[in-house]
Each structure stands twice: as structure tokens, then as C-alpha cells.
Design a protein around this ligand. Structure first.
Ligand SMILES: CC(C)(COP(=O)(O)OP(=O)(O)OC[C@H]1O[C@@H](n2cnc3c(N)ncnc32)[C@H](O)[C@@H]1OP(=O)(O)O)[C@@H](O)C(=O)NCCC(=O)NCCS
Length: 154
């Protein structure tokens, strides 16, 4: 598969069923559908899908945080359909989000990843995200989160 076959565009309400399907395939504790609906309402400009032949094959959901002084992007959820992982689609989705936050002059992008999710950790490390600290019992099952950040400051 060539990455030229993949298109990245903003998510639409009509994509939610497919997003839900990919989420359920990717995570043992998937988000409920209404969370994606609310996220699309709150963050329509930073919620993207990857499509192949017009079918949704991946998504990334991110939001904006303002500390009072600085703006940060926050990647909240990301998944690519299992059968076409490791073909560059995750990278394309994250790069699209990074582009959006660079335009907003954000200081960087933050995300949380489960300590046990070694694959996602390797993926984000490859894309330039660095470990910053851990949050104890961040997830519902009591697992800790690792916070990773990519700074845009030079
Ligand atoms: C994490 C995820 C989104 C990555 O998407 P992907 O399309 O497979 O990733 P890409 O093909 O764009 O990979 C980009 C780089 O990361 C590396 N990478 C991706 N998955 C990796 C893995 N499991 N182990 C090691 N490296 C990995 C790739 O090798 C590639 O590096 P390269 O260009 O030097 O070869 C995907 O594996 C997924 O959906 N996982 C399940 C859901 C999940 O864990 N989401 C993250 C929650 S925080």
C-alpha cells in the first residue's frame, strides 16, 4: 500500500460509526461512542480521519489547552486499523495534528500513553515525543500513564 492512497481530512459526524469500530478493535477499554460525539462538537478542527478508498482506516483526536500564558496541543486518542498498521498512517495523522498546532503557535503537543503500551511508546518516540513524567493510576484499571511531549520551541 502506498501512502499516496491515504487521505487525511477533518472528521465528520458520518465517520463516528467507523471511528467507534476502529477504537473497539484497538483498545481493551474503548471510549464510549458519546465521548467521540462530544469531542467532535468541542474540537472539530483538530479531529482528523485517515481514509483509503473513502473508507475510514484511522483517526486522531486532539484538543487545545491554554495555560493562561501558552497554548498546547493535546493528543487524546489515536488508532489505525490493525490490518494496515506500520504503513505510515499513524505518522500522517500525527503530522496533520502537528501542522494544525504549529499554525496556532502552540508551544508543543502533549499526550498520555499507558506504561504497558510499548508499541505506542516506540511510535511516539520515533516521531520526536519525549518522556516527561508519569501520572499514577491515571487509567480506570489503576494503570499509570507516561506523559510525553514534543516541544515546538527552538
Ligand atoms: C500506535 C499506532 C497509531 C501507530 O500507527 P501506525 O500507522 O502503525 O504507525 P506508522 O506506520 O506511521 O509508524 C511510524 C513510525 O513508528 C514506528 N512504529 C509504529 N508502530 C511500532 C511498533 N509497534 N514498534 C516499533 N515501532 C513502531 C514505525 O516503524 C515507524 O517508524 P519508521 O518510519 O522509522 O519505520 C498504531 O499502532 C495503533 O493504532 N495502535 C493501537 C492504538 C494505540 O495504541 N494508540 C495510541 C494510544 S496513546
Amino acid at each position: 500500500m502506498e501512502t499516496s492512497q491515504i487521505k487525511i481530512r477533518r472528521a465528520l459526524p458520518a465517520d463516528l460509526d467507523e471511528i467507534d469500530r476502529i477504537e473497539k478493535e484497538a483498545f481493551p477499554d474503548p471510549w464510549e461512542t458519546h465521548i467521540f460525539e462530544e469531542a467532535l462538537y468541542l474540537f472539530p478542527t483538530t479531529f482528523f480521519v485517515a481514509t483509503k478508498d473513502r473508507k475510514v482506516v484511522g483517526f486522531v483526536l486532539s484538543g487545545t489547552e491554554f495555560t493562561g500564558e501558552e497554548t498546547y496541543g493535546h493528543i487524546c486518542n489515536l488508532a489505525v486499523e490493525k490490518r494496515i498498521q506500520k504503513k505510515g498512517i499513524g505518522r500522517m495523522l500525527v503530522q496533520r495534528v502537528e501542522h494544525e498546532f504549529l499554525i496556532m503557535c502552540a508551544s508543543g503537543i502533549q499526550l498520555e500513553v499507558r506504561l504497558s503500551n510499548k508499541n505506542a511508546h516506540k511510535f511516539y518516540s520515533k516521531l520526536g515525543y519525549r518522556d516527561v513524567f508519569q501520572i499514577a493510576r491515571y487509567y480506570a484499571n489503576g494503570e499509570d500513564a507516561l506523559v510525553m511531549i514534543k516541544w515546538f520551541r527552538f
